[in-house]
Design a protein around this ligand. Structure first.
Ligand SMILES: NC(=O)c1ccc[n+]([C@@H]2O[C@H](COP(=O)([O-])OP(=O)(O)OC[C@H]3O[C@@H](n4cnc5c(N)ncnc54)[C@H](OP(=O)(O)O)[C@@H]3O)[C@@H](O)[C@H]2O)c1
Length: 322
């Protein structure tokens, strides 16, 4: 099976329309009192997921320096004896870890983070290096230096393409012209969707950039797989997402799941297909990053990636809104 690919905007790189997210590979994690990791991580399962992804053509892998404080990057770095590095489109990010620096986008600190990511990933080059957020400090004081430094990394051949990410599409849109990223990465699923209204979609299309949508399943909640509200342990990011604890949301997700199963009866993964296909509807240079923790989840994701029609996408969305 070969995954459908798209051209990632002006990079010209063809990537699978379904990317593999590895945030959960960092395991449980607490930062300044906030749960920012994932329960239930297992190194062996994660490595098996990566190996299966390679076999099935899911070769766009996304990580970040902060996922488990480097653990996710290091795990990917263990794969090169069985997966050719050149066959993987490898993306990582920097910007949340501050260390001794006054701001994480200070040029000398950016350099230290880059070198650490290269070491963790056991590679000479990062294909796509993202500024992880759009907070450039008071009066955007770090903006110019961060952009110049990222471009310097590119000239040195340590980074192929520059990305700009944020949970808020409006913030990416605000900084897009100045940062001039090759690829943008934003939060988007059928419930939380500011991509068009923020003007980011227009900017991406007018300027021929690549776009990557993250958390298409709202961290698993939209799949409707929970029979009852769930309380995640300390260190699991999902503690902060109230829907997981709300009986009414859980019930609505289950109903939506059933509706999608009935609407797409011939698809092996009707719910995944509906949730991700709705985001790909009408998009040219877009891919979706799904968090995949084990080989079964990878196999399921390898069956999806077809865009829905506009009518189908509107129907899917309507199943999820209150
Ligand atoms: N740039 C940023 O700021 C940013 C922010 C967030 C995420 N991201 C990236 O985007 C990726 C994806 O986002 P995400 O991890 O938040 O969430 P997601 O893709 O919305 O949900 C992923 C979770 O859903 C569950 N799942 C996936 N496939 C499944 C299947 N076939 N059956 C049942 N459960 C399944 C898994 O968790 P369980 O098995 O535990 O249920 C998995 O970890 C991240 O890994 C990361 O690479 C980037």
């Amino acid at each position: 099976m070969t995954a459908r690919t798209i051209r990632l905007g002006r990079t010209g790189v063809q990537v699978p329309v379904i990317g593999l997210g590895t945030w959960s590979f960092g395991g449980l994690n607490v930062n300044r009192g906030v749960s920012v990791g994932w329960a239930g991580h297992d190194d062996g399962q994660a490595q098996a997921a990566l190996a299966t992804a390679y076999e099935l053509g899911l070769t766009h892998w996304d990580t970040a320096d902060v996922y488990g404080n480097g653990r996710s990057e290091r795990l990917i770095g263990t794969m090169w004896s069985s997966v050719p590095r050149s066959r993987i489109f490898l993306a990582t990010k920097f910007g949340y870890h501050r260390g001794p620096a006054e701001h994480p986008y200070e040029p000398s600190f950016m350099r230290a983070r880059l070198e650490e990511s290269l070491r963790n990933l056991r590679t000479d080059v990062i294909d796509l290096y993202y500024l992880h957020h759009c907070d450039f400090g008071p009066q955007d004081r770090q903006l110019e230096g961060a952009v110049a430094t990222a471009r310097r990394f590119q000239k040195e051949g340590k980074v192929r393409w520059i990305g700009l990410s944020d949970w808020d599409a409006r913030r990416i849109r605000r900084y897009a012209d100045v940062v001039d990223p090759d690829v943008v990465q934003t939060y988007r699923n059928v419930v939380d969707d500011d991509y068009e209204a923020s003007g980011l979609r227009r900017w991406v299309e007018d300027n021929d950039r690549g776009v990557v949508f993250f958390s298409p399943l709202r961290h698993g909640l939209l799949l409707g797989k929970y029979a009852a509200p769930v309380e995640f342990p300390e260190g699991d990011f999902r503690r902060n997402v109230t829907g997981f604890r709300d009986p009414e949301t859980i019930r609505r997700m289950q109903q939506a799941r059933q509706a999608l199963i009935e609407r797409f009866p011939n698809h092996r993964e009707p719910v995944l297909h509906g949730l991700c296909g709705a985001l790909l509807s009408g998009q040219k240079n877009a891919c979706v990053l799904v968090g995949l923790r084990n080989p079964d989840q990878v196999r399921a994701a390898a069956t999806i990636g077809e865009p829905l029609s506009a009518e189908e996408a509107a129907w899917v969305r309507a199943r999820y809104v209150a």
